[in-house]
Design a protein. Structure first.
Length: 334
């Protein structure tokens, strides 16, 4: 079977990609920051045939030559799924602590592959709707054609730093392929807010991924006084994002393309309504039934047709995702 290197193996999306890769028979090597994290992943897949799932440590994805050894393998790799992002506790300087590492972490693995892994045919990078989103003037309909117009100067604003880092990193990847003409082609997956079951072997409720935090806060009664603003009004199920990454290496026509992977529009009020209907035992922790929705009448549209037509993604409905996610949160918190 083809062999895949998956970076950032202990991340939320990556954990679901692992399941999808193994289900489809790929030999999978994950990068992790420590042996402890790698062993947790192996322990969580006890029925996987020996050798089909292994790990290699990459302590700092933004350091020079971080992936040089990781991309070398016998038998060699066929594909790379790059989900890793620089990990920092403290961000005092947006350029030094966030923007430079985001770009360097992405271009670093591409350089390593070009230099040391000539068998790799395709690289799939986890980008984001953040690289599509226009905070200055919303597109009427968002699609893969859109790019966030954020400038380096605007990225110094903490409210824009994350979106800018995703934008600059993805642009750097496309520029690398265009200029360097490497042995591989490139695909990017661009999801908005990603919801889905937490991964028990990775998560405690105080270390839950940011996207699911709003559902955890709902279930814990932290929003009883009222819902916070929704923010981004597009969402997707983590299983669909994971499958999109795997389909991106299975489908030849995916090469050289971005994929906007979204199931559609939502608001925090929609999440609240599903939780209220499906988990009556949480009623005393929830905001009022009369809580209004903040979904604007003239909210932007979306075009996810390419992900459906090319990758064959059938998007899960919001209710199914919310129920699965809250069940998983309650099981971790018990």
């Amino acid at each position: 079977m083809p062999k895949v290197l998956l970076t950032g193996g202990s991340g939320f999306i990556a954990a679901h990609i692992i399941d999808s890769l193994l289900e489809r028979g790929f030999d999978t090597v994950v990068t992790v920051r420590s042996c402890e994290k790698g062993q947790k992943i192996l322990d969580a897949h006890p029925n996987t045939p020996k050798g089909q799932l292994t790990y290699v440590t990459v302590e700092d994805v933004a350091s020079d030559g971080a992936f040089d050894e990781a991309v070398k393998s016998n038998p060699p790799f066929d594909y790379v799924l790059h989900t890793a992002s620089p990990f920092h506790f403290n961000i005092s300087d947006p350029v030094r602590d966030f923007l430079d590492p985001a770009v360097k972490g992405t271009t670093g693995i591409l350089k390593a592959i070009k230099s040391y892994a000539p068998t790799i045919k395709r690289v799939v990078i986890t980008s984001s709707f953040a690289a599509i989103f226009n905070h200055k003037s919303h597109a009427k309909v968002y699609s893969e054609e859109n790019w966030n117009p954020v400038t380096w100067e605007e990225a110094m604003d903490p409210a824009q730093t994350y979106r800018a880092s995703k934008t600059f990193a993805e642009k750097a990847a496309w520029e690398f392929v265009e200029k360097e003409k490497p042995n591989f082609d490139l695909v990017t997956i661009n999801p908005p807010l990603v919801l889905g079951p937490v991964v028990p072997y990775l998560n405690s409720l105080d270390a839950i991924n940011t996207s699911n935090q709003r559902l955890a806060s709902l279930a814990q009664g932290k929003f009883r006084a009222g819902l916070p603003p929704t923010g981004t009004f597009l969402w997707v199920d983590v299983h669909d994002v994971a499958l999109a990454h795997v389909r991106a290496i299975e489908v030849p026509e995916a090469g050289g393309q971005r994929f906007f992977t979204t199931a559609g529009l939502f608001s925090n009020k929609n999440l609240l309504d599903v939780v209220r209907e499906s988990f009556p035992e949480l009623e005393d922790k929830l905001p009022s039934k009369d809580t209004p929705s903040d979904l604007p009448q003239d909210v932007y549209g979306y075009d996810n047709k390419k992900s459906i037509d090319v990758l064959g993604i059938h998007y899960r409905p919001l209710k199914e995702t919310v129920v699965d996610t809250v069940k998983s949160i309650l099981s971790v918190s018990v």
